[in-house]
Design a protein. Structure first.
Length: 256
Protein backbone atom coordinates (compact mmCIF):
# COMPACT_ATOMS: atom_id res chain seq x y z
CA UNK A 1 0.00 0.00 0.00
CA UNK A 2 1.42 3.33 -1.05
CA UNK A 3 0.18 6.42 0.76
CA UNK A 4 0.96 9.83 -0.71
CA UNK A 5 0.77 12.79 1.66
CA UNK A 6 0.86 16.32 0.25
CA UNK A 7 1.60 19.46 2.27
CA UNK A 8 -0.63 22.45 2.82
CA UNK A 9 -2.28 23.71 -0.37
CA UNK A 10 -1.91 27.50 -0.54
CA UNK A 11 -4.26 29.65 -2.60
CA UNK A 12 -5.86 29.26 -5.99
CA UNK A 13 -2.48 28.54 -7.65
CA UNK A 14 -1.96 25.58 -5.32
CA UNK A 15 -5.46 24.26 -5.98
CA UNK A 16 -5.02 24.69 -9.75
CA UNK A 17 -1.70 22.84 -9.58
CA UNK A 18 -3.36 19.84 -7.94
CA UNK A 19 -6.13 19.92 -10.55
CA UNK A 20 -3.51 19.83 -13.29
CA UNK A 21 -1.01 17.41 -11.82
CA UNK A 22 -2.30 15.17 -9.04
CA UNK A 23 -4.11 12.43 -10.96
CA UNK A 24 -1.14 12.02 -13.27
CA UNK A 25 1.38 11.98 -10.42
CA UNK A 26 -0.56 9.53 -8.30
CA UNK A 27 -0.65 7.22 -11.31
CA UNK A 28 3.09 7.61 -11.92
CA UNK A 29 4.04 6.67 -8.35
CA UNK A 30 1.25 4.12 -7.91
CA UNK A 31 -0.29 5.79 -4.85
CA UNK A 32 -3.28 3.85 -3.48
CA UNK A 33 -4.37 6.54 -1.07
CA UNK A 34 -3.77 10.30 -1.07
CA UNK A 35 -4.02 12.70 1.87
CA UNK A 36 -3.87 16.45 1.23
CA UNK A 37 -3.74 19.17 3.87
CA UNK A 38 -6.09 21.83 2.54
CA UNK A 39 -6.29 24.35 5.35
CA UNK A 40 -4.77 27.28 3.42
CA UNK A 41 -6.33 26.55 0.03
CA UNK A 42 -8.80 29.44 -0.01
CA UNK A 43 -6.54 32.53 0.01
CA UNK A 44 -4.50 31.19 2.95
CA UNK A 45 -7.27 31.56 5.54
CA UNK A 46 -9.07 28.23 5.49
CA UNK A 47 -10.89 26.08 2.95
CA UNK A 48 -14.11 26.96 1.13
CA UNK A 49 -16.59 24.26 0.12
CA UNK A 50 -15.82 25.01 -3.55
CA UNK A 51 -12.08 24.47 -3.10
CA UNK A 52 -12.72 21.35 -1.00
CA UNK A 53 -14.69 19.85 -3.91
CA UNK A 54 -11.92 20.83 -6.34
CA UNK A 55 -9.21 19.14 -4.23
CA UNK A 56 -11.25 15.95 -3.87
CA UNK A 57 -11.96 15.91 -7.62
CA UNK A 58 -8.24 16.48 -8.27
CA UNK A 59 -7.42 13.13 -6.70
CA UNK A 60 -7.32 13.52 -2.90
CA UNK A 61 -8.96 10.71 -0.92
CA UNK A 62 -9.04 12.76 2.26
CA UNK A 63 -8.45 16.41 3.15
CA UNK A 64 -7.00 17.30 6.53
CA UNK A 65 -7.05 20.74 8.10
CA UNK A 66 -5.49 22.71 10.98
CA UNK A 67 -5.66 26.06 12.75
CA UNK A 68 -7.62 27.64 9.85
CA UNK A 69 -10.24 24.85 9.79
CA UNK A 70 -13.13 27.20 10.41
CA UNK A 71 -12.07 30.13 8.19
CA UNK A 72 -14.95 29.59 5.73
CA UNK A 73 -18.40 29.02 7.27
CA UNK A 74 -19.69 27.52 4.01
CA UNK A 75 -17.46 24.50 4.70
CA UNK A 76 -19.27 23.64 7.97
CA UNK A 77 -22.06 21.58 6.31
CA UNK A 78 -19.39 19.54 4.48
CA UNK A 79 -17.44 19.04 7.72
CA UNK A 80 -20.64 17.67 9.27
CA UNK A 81 -21.37 15.43 6.26
CA UNK A 82 -19.86 12.13 5.11
CA UNK A 83 -17.30 13.97 2.98
CA UNK A 84 -13.71 12.87 3.67
CA UNK A 85 -12.65 16.14 5.29
CA UNK A 86 -11.15 16.15 8.79
CA UNK A 87 -10.30 18.95 11.21
CA UNK A 88 -8.04 18.45 14.24
CA UNK A 89 -9.64 16.01 16.69
CA UNK A 90 -8.51 18.02 19.71
CA UNK A 91 -10.80 20.98 18.97
CA UNK A 92 -13.70 21.32 21.44
CA UNK A 93 -16.37 18.66 20.72
CA UNK A 94 -18.91 21.41 19.94
CA UNK A 95 -16.88 22.55 16.89
CA UNK A 96 -18.13 21.47 13.43
CA UNK A 97 -16.87 18.26 11.86
CA UNK A 98 -14.82 15.29 13.06
CA UNK A 99 -11.15 14.72 13.75
CA UNK A 100 -10.72 11.18 12.51
CA UNK A 101 -12.40 8.57 10.38
CA UNK A 102 -11.76 5.19 8.81
CA UNK A 103 -11.56 5.14 5.01
CA UNK A 104 -11.16 2.20 2.63
CA UNK A 105 -8.53 1.68 -0.05
CA UNK A 106 -8.06 -1.64 -1.87
CA UNK A 107 -10.22 -3.27 0.78
CA UNK A 108 -7.95 -2.10 3.62
CA UNK A 109 -9.30 0.07 6.41
CA UNK A 110 -7.23 3.22 6.96
CA UNK A 111 -7.66 5.14 10.18
CA UNK A 112 -6.86 8.80 9.46
CA UNK A 113 -6.33 11.08 12.43
CA UNK A 114 -5.87 14.86 12.27
CA UNK A 115 -4.51 16.64 15.35
CA UNK A 116 -3.26 20.13 16.13
CA UNK A 117 -0.22 21.18 18.15
CA UNK A 118 -0.22 23.60 21.08
CA UNK A 119 3.05 25.57 20.90
CA UNK A 120 2.27 29.01 19.39
CA UNK A 121 -1.11 27.67 18.30
CA UNK A 122 -4.72 27.82 19.53
CA UNK A 123 -5.31 26.38 23.03
CA UNK A 124 -6.48 22.96 21.89
CA UNK A 125 -6.84 19.91 24.12
CA UNK A 126 -3.81 17.66 24.65
CA UNK A 127 -3.10 16.06 21.24
CA UNK A 128 -1.18 13.14 22.78
CA UNK A 129 -4.11 12.27 24.99
CA UNK A 130 -6.53 12.67 22.07
CA UNK A 131 -4.46 10.28 19.90
CA UNK A 132 -4.33 7.67 22.67
CA UNK A 133 -8.09 7.80 23.15
CA UNK A 134 -8.79 7.47 19.40
CA UNK A 135 -6.53 4.41 19.09
CA UNK A 136 -8.17 2.82 22.12
CA UNK A 137 -11.70 3.56 20.84
CA UNK A 138 -11.00 2.22 17.33
CA UNK A 139 -8.90 -0.81 18.33
CA UNK A 140 -9.64 -3.67 15.92
CA UNK A 141 -11.55 -1.43 13.50
CA UNK A 142 -8.66 -0.55 11.19
CA UNK A 143 -5.69 -2.14 9.39
CA UNK A 144 -3.50 0.92 8.74
CA UNK A 145 -3.25 4.11 10.79
CA UNK A 146 -1.97 7.54 9.81
CA UNK A 147 -1.76 10.92 11.50
CA UNK A 148 -1.45 14.49 10.22
CA UNK A 149 -0.10 16.48 13.17
CA UNK A 150 -0.61 20.14 12.26
CA UNK A 151 1.83 22.01 14.49
CA UNK A 152 4.35 24.85 14.57
CA UNK A 153 7.10 23.44 16.78
CA UNK A 154 9.43 20.83 15.30
CA UNK A 155 10.06 19.47 18.81
CA UNK A 156 6.36 18.86 19.43
CA UNK A 157 6.08 16.99 16.15
CA UNK A 158 9.18 14.86 16.74
CA UNK A 159 7.94 14.04 20.26
CA UNK A 160 4.59 12.98 18.78
CA UNK A 161 6.43 10.70 16.35
CA UNK A 162 8.34 8.90 19.09
CA UNK A 163 5.36 8.79 21.45
CA UNK A 164 3.30 6.91 18.85
CA UNK A 165 6.11 5.02 17.11
CA UNK A 166 4.73 1.62 16.14
CA UNK A 167 1.14 2.69 16.71
CA UNK A 168 0.77 4.64 13.47
CA UNK A 169 2.17 3.33 10.19
CA UNK A 170 2.47 6.93 8.94
CA UNK A 171 2.89 10.09 10.98
CA UNK A 172 3.66 13.40 9.32
CA UNK A 173 3.65 17.05 10.35
CA UNK A 174 2.11 19.97 8.48
CA UNK A 175 1.65 23.74 8.99
CA UNK A 176 5.09 25.34 8.46
CA UNK A 177 4.96 24.95 4.64
CA UNK A 178 8.69 24.19 4.58
CA UNK A 179 9.68 20.59 3.75
CA UNK A 180 12.00 19.10 6.35
CA UNK A 181 14.86 16.77 5.43
CA UNK A 182 14.15 14.17 8.13
CA UNK A 183 12.06 11.54 6.36
CA UNK A 184 12.72 8.29 8.22
CA UNK A 185 11.31 5.10 9.63
CA UNK A 186 11.32 5.27 13.43
CA UNK A 187 12.55 2.20 15.38
CA UNK A 188 9.02 0.88 15.96
CA UNK A 189 8.09 1.08 12.25
CA UNK A 190 6.38 4.45 11.91
CA UNK A 191 7.12 6.31 8.67
CA UNK A 192 7.81 9.84 9.83
CA UNK A 193 8.56 13.39 8.62
CA UNK A 194 8.43 16.63 10.64
CA UNK A 195 6.85 18.70 7.86
CA UNK A 196 5.58 17.77 4.40
CA UNK A 197 6.02 21.30 2.98
CA UNK A 198 3.37 22.93 0.80
CA UNK A 199 1.60 22.89 -2.53
CA UNK A 200 1.69 26.48 -3.67
CA UNK A 201 3.48 29.26 -5.53
CA UNK A 202 7.25 28.85 -5.54
CA UNK A 203 7.94 32.61 -5.56
CA UNK A 204 6.36 33.47 -2.21
CA UNK A 205 6.88 33.59 1.54
CA UNK A 206 5.42 30.22 2.54
CA UNK A 207 2.73 30.74 -0.11
CA UNK A 208 1.95 34.40 0.66
CA UNK A 209 2.76 37.51 -1.39
CA UNK A 210 6.36 38.59 -0.81
CA UNK A 211 6.17 42.42 -0.65
CA UNK A 212 3.30 42.79 1.89
CA UNK A 213 4.99 40.18 4.09
CA UNK A 214 8.29 42.09 4.09
CA UNK A 215 6.44 45.38 4.74
CA UNK A 216 4.60 43.92 7.70
CA UNK A 217 7.77 42.49 9.18
CA UNK A 218 9.60 45.80 8.78
CA UNK A 219 6.81 48.13 9.96
CA UNK A 220 4.75 45.91 12.29
CA UNK A 221 1.66 47.44 10.64
CA UNK A 222 -0.87 44.60 10.31
CA UNK A 223 -1.90 43.57 6.80
CA UNK A 224 -4.08 40.72 5.72
CA UNK A 225 -1.94 38.13 4.01
CA UNK A 226 -3.00 36.97 0.57
CA UNK A 227 -1.80 33.96 -1.34
CA UNK A 228 0.80 34.65 -4.00
CA UNK A 229 0.13 33.55 -7.56
CA UNK A 230 2.33 31.98 -10.18
CA UNK A 231 3.86 28.60 -10.99
CA UNK A 232 3.33 26.14 -8.16
CA UNK A 233 4.88 22.91 -7.01
CA UNK A 234 3.67 20.31 -4.53
CA UNK A 235 5.84 18.92 -1.72
CA UNK A 236 4.95 15.56 -0.33
CA UNK A 237 6.11 12.24 1.00
CA UNK A 238 5.33 8.78 -0.37
CA UNK A 239 5.03 6.13 2.35
CA UNK A 240 5.07 2.43 1.44
CA UNK A 241 3.23 0.50 4.13
CA UNK A 242 3.09 -3.21 4.98
CA UNK A 243 -0.67 -3.35 5.43
CA UNK A 244 -0.54 -6.75 7.21
CA UNK A 245 1.66 -5.30 9.97
CA UNK A 246 0.60 -1.63 9.98
CA UNK A 247 4.26 -0.69 9.55
CA UNK A 248 6.05 1.60 7.11
CA UNK A 249 8.74 -0.05 4.98
CA UNK A 250 9.85 2.85 2.77
CA UNK A 251 9.71 6.67 2.89
CA UNK A 252 10.48 8.87 -0.11
CA UNK A 253 10.29 12.64 -0.53
CA UNK A 254 8.48 13.75 -3.67
CA UNK A 255 7.96 17.04 -5.48
CA UNK A 256 5.81 17.58 -8.55
FE1 LIG B 1 -1.68 25.93 9.63
Amino acid sequence: MKILAIGDVVGSSGVAHLEEALWKFRGQVGADFVVVNGENASDVHGLSSKDAEKILAAGADVITLGNHSFGHADLFPLLDSEKPILRPANYPPEAPGRGYDIFRADGWRILCVNLGGRFHMDPLADPFDAAEKILEREKGNYDISLMDFHAEATSEKIAMGYCFDGKFAVLFGTHTHVPTADTKILPGGTGYVTDLGMCGPEESVIGCEIEPTIRRLRTLVPVRFHAATGPSLADGVLFTVDEEKNRCVKVERVKF
